[in-house]
Write a protein that binds this ligand. Structure first.
Ligand SMILES: [Zn+2]
Length: 255
C-alpha cells in the first residue's frame, strides 16, 4: 500500500481502451488519461510544444506510457466490462493489425526465446526498463508513505504518548522524568522513521517494480550480461530505475 501526499494532480480520466503493453507482452486494457501539465509525463515525450498530453496506464500491471488518442475509435466508460477482443473492436478496431508484427514476435518469443537474435533480445530486455522508468520517476517525484512507514509512525506515536505514562507506573524515577522519557523515545522514533524514509525507494523497487520486470522478462530468460547492459542504458539516461535496481538481485529472481 502506498499513500500519496501532495497537491491534486492535473489529470483527467478519459476512459478505457485496448492497446499493447510491453510488460504484459499482449494487448491489454488501458486507462487513458489527459494531463494538463508536461511535468506529469515523467520523462514520456509529449508532442513538440504541447502543454497537454495523453498517457495510458495498463489495468493489469499499472505501468503507464505514452498514448496517442487519435488511434482510438471510442472509450469504454468502465473497466473490465468486456473481453479484450470485444473491447478492442469497440475502442481500437485496428489493434491486431496495427500491432501485428509485435504480436507475431511475441508468439515467436513464447515458442523459442533463445532463437531470437541477440541484438533484438537486448532491445527487448532494455524495453522493459524503459517502459517502467516513468512509473519509477513518478514515485520518486512525489511523497508517499508505504505500509512499513505507516506502521513505524503509529508505533512511534504510541511509544511517545502512551509508553512514558505506562513506564511511570512501574518506576517512581521514570514517573518523575516522563517528559525526558518521551523525548528520548521521540528521538529514537525519528531515527527509525528517517531510516524507513531513506530505504523506502529500494523497498518500492523490490516490492513493486521487480515483480513487473519478472512478469515482462521471465519468458526471455535474460542472461546477466543482457540484464546489466539494459540497466546500463537506463543508467546512461539518468533514470532512477537504474540507480535503484541491482543486476544480481534481478538475476536471483529468474533462477
Ligand atoms: Zn501491462
Amino acid at each position: 500500500m502506498l499513500i500519496y501526499i501532495g497537491k491534486k494532480r492535473q489529470e483527467k480520466a478519459m476512459g478505457y481502451v485496448v492497446d499493447f503493453c510491453p510488460i504484459c507482452r499482449e494487448l491489454t486494457e488501458f486507462k487513458l488519461t489527459k494531463i494538463n501539465d508536461p511535468a506529469l509525463s515523467y520523462g514520456i515525450p509529449l508532442a513538440t510544444g504541447a502543454s497537454v498530453g495523453y498517457l495510458r496506464e495498463c489495468v493489469d500491471c499499472q505501468t503507464f506510457m505514452h498514448a496517442d488518442p487519435i488511434r482510438y475509435a471510442a472509450f469504454a466508460h468502465r473497466s473490465g466490462t468486456a473481453a479484450i477482443k470485444t473491447l478492442a473492436e469497440a475502442t481500437f478496431p485496428r489493434a491486431y493489425k496495427y500491432h501485428g508484427k509485435r504480436l507475431q514476435l511475441e508468439k515467436l518469443i513464447r515458442q523459442s526465446p533463445h532463437t531470437i537474435e541477440e541484438k533484438l533480445r537486448v532491445e527487448l530486455v532494455a524495453e522493459s526498463f524503459e517502459a517502467l522508468a516513468p512509473t519509477v520517476e513518478r514515485r520518486m517525484a512525489n511523497i508517499y508513505l508505504d505500509t512499513q512507514m505507516l506502521i513505524v509512525a503509529v508505533l512511534g506515536l504510541l511509544s511517545v504518548f502512551v509508553l512514558p505514562s505506562y513506564l511511570g507506573l512501574l518506576s517512581s524515577s521514570l514517573a518523575e522524568n516522563q517528559s525526558t522519557v518521551a523525548l528520548v523515545l521521540a528521538l529514537i522514533f525519528c531515527v527509525i522513521l528517517g531510516w524507513q524514509w531513506k530505504t523506502a525507494p529500494r523497498r518500492y523497487i523490490r516490492d513493486t517494480i521487480y515483480p513487473r520486470i519478472v512478469k515482462a522478462l521471465r519468458i526471455l530468460e535474460p542472461s546477466e550480461d543482457e540484464m546489466s547492459f539494459a540497466l546500463g542504458i537506463a543508467k546512461r539516461d539518468g533514470k532512477h530505475i537504474a540507480k535503484l535496481a541491482r543486476t544480481e538481485e534481478l538475476m536471483r529472481l529468474f533462477h
